[in-house]
Ligand binder design. Structure first.
Ligand SMILES: Nc1ncnc2c1ncn2[C@@H]1O[C@H](COP(=O)(O)OP(=O)(O)OP(=O)(O)O)[C@@H](O)[C@H]1O
Ligand SMILES: [Mg+2]
Length: 305
């Protein structure tokens, strides 16, 4: 089935390391793809792109990076060194992801003979994985014409097939992040609720302005989400207040709490929004689903449906 409207492309960006970019990207992509009838989130066809050489996105789904075929790297190089792979050849689809998550579940729960619960599965989600070689691509591209638009040109192949495309980026404002900002229409910025959190924001906003001026005038702020929030902490309240002052209603009402189950979920080999049903016993999953609900409303507004 093909999508009618053009996909909404969201880059998850913050050059500060460890502020929850990958966690936010993976769980948002998984919730939007799964949908949730009770919460009124309709399932969408989602492509999740890893632009970080660390390749954490694949790991989150329990995928062994050594088993990957062609990845982002080959796509970026396409046409430069003669090899030309298609986007389709590099994608891992819902079947692969489900299989891999079930395998991880069995590995981590060897005592549970009945096997993984039926929730450990996903429809509608495709990932475009990355691996370490991608850092070399950044250097390779540095002197090439049109270097910031490589991803944008690759995504032309995705246009008809997805409703939403989410791009995870590395903790830098280098060429890979520039590629994400050139290919996207929207920027989602996770901010860790801590004292220095807003310090690098000026630099990031300047970069967004530069990209808008030079190559992508349509680029806009999708939202700011506060992450790793510890409730009842004065510091978090201060950061939230400051974020609201600068970014107004672009700041999501839902804040992602710091939670050990979010930190541990990559070990289990499935994003927490899939592994744990959103309810009172699984507040971390509920929290990320509430965020997805807010994001879904913004996407609906963008798509006019
Ligand atoms: N809400 C949270 N509560 C507790 N731990 C979290 C939360 N969000 C993320 N983490 C953990 O913090 C670490 C950093 O998160 P993540 O990898 O998502 O950040 P990142 O911004 O993508 O990092 P990098 O800049 O290195 O790519 C990970 O170990 C992750 O499991
Ligand atoms: Mg990351």
């Amino acid at each position: 089935m093909k999508s009618m409207a053009k996909p909404v492309v969201i880059a998850v960006v913050n050059h500060k390391g460890g502020c929850s970019k990958t966690t936010t990207a993976v769980n948002l992509a998984s919730s939007l793809a799964t949908g949730n009838v009770e919460m009124g989130i309709k399932a969408r066809r989602v492509l999740l792109i890893d632009l970080d050489p660390k390749g954490n996105v694949a790991t989150t789904f329990g995928i062994d990076k050594r088993t990957l075929g062609p990845t982002m790297n080959e796509l970026f190089k396409g046409g430069i060194d003669g090899t030309q792979v298609s986007l389709n050849q590099c994608l891992l689809g819902p079947g692969n992801l489900t299989q891999s998550m079930k395998k991880s579940w069995r590995k981590h729960n060897p005592e549970k003979k009945r096997g993984p619960p039926k929730e450990i599965a996903i429809n509608n989600l495709w990932i475009l994985p990355a691996d370490l070689d991608l850092s070399g691509v950044e250097i390779d591209l540095a002197t090439r014409f049109g270097r910031e638009a490589r991803l944008k040109s690759v995504l032309v192949q995705a246009e008809e097939h997805f409703d939403v495309i989410i791009i995870d980026t590395p903790a830098s404002l280098g060429l890979l992040t520039t590629n994400a900002l050139t290919a996207a229409q929207w920027v989602l910025i996770p901010i860790q609720a801590e004292f220095y959190a807003l310090e690098g924001m000026g630099q990031l906003m300047n970069m967004i302005k530069d990209v808008q001026k030079a190559v992508n005038p349509d680029l806009r702020l999708f939202g700011i989400v506060l992450t790793m929030v510890q409730t009842r902490s004065k510091l978090c309240e201060t950061v939230t207040e400051q974020a609201r002052k600068y970014f107004g209603d672009r700041v999501f009402t839902t804040q992602i709490a710091r939670s050990i189950s979010i930190a541990e979920s990559p070990l289990e080999g499935a994003p927490i929004v899939i592994a744990k049903k959103p309810n009172k016993s699984n507040p971390a999953s509920q929290n990320l689903w509430d965020f997805a609900k807010e994001a879904d409303l913004r996407i609906q507004r963008i798509q006019g449906n």
